[in-house]
Design a protein around this ligand. Structure first.
Ligand SMILES: [Zn+2]
Length: 150
């Protein structure tokens, strides 16, 4: 093997090693804690490294922010002209008081159920009325950390 071929072989092996090491770091250290914002940002960096499309990845933080924005917009629209929404549903979904309070865990993300509840006395939709709302505390913590980042 001449010098050039040797160099090429070493380079190729190094690239394979680099890629495998990045994958190892990602699965061992990043994946298990994907829900934490600081770790999520690291995860995005590693995902870029592994050529996974960034667009498919939305952090819990970003997801929550969108959800809260939608509920606020729905509240504002509804409260301004409730008569315009006989079914209570706005273009942003149901306002807070007409939205189920059950917290789902979907694809590693906490999300509030977006189903309608019929009266102000109800807390959950028909589907979630009998299920324990076991993620509510984690959700409230996530919302609190979003509103007062330290
Ligand atoms: Zn529900």
């Amino acid at each position: 093997m001449d010098q050039e071929a040797l160099l090429k072989a070493v380079t190729t092996r190094l690239q394979v090693f680099e890629r495998k090491y990045a994958q190892y770091l990602f699965t061992k250290h990043i994946m298990p804690s994907l829900d934490q914002e600081s770790v999520s940002m690291e995860a995005e960096r590693y995902m870029g490294l592994l050529f996974i499309k960034k667009k498919a990845f939305i952090s819990q933080h970003e997801y929550l922010r969108q959800e809260i924005d939608d509920i606020r917009r729905a509240d504002t629209a509804y409260n301004a002209h409730p008569e315009d929404f006989p079914n209570h549903k706005t273009e942003y979904g149901y306002p807070d008081k007409f939205r189920c309070n059950y917290i789902k865990l979907e694809k590693h993300k906490l999300a509030r159920c977006s189903t309608k509840i019929t009266s102000g006395d109800e807390f959950y939709c028909k589907r979630h009325g009998t299920e324990p709302n076991k993620h509510i505390q984690d959700y409230q913590k996530a919302v609190a950390s979003l509103e007062s980042p330290d």
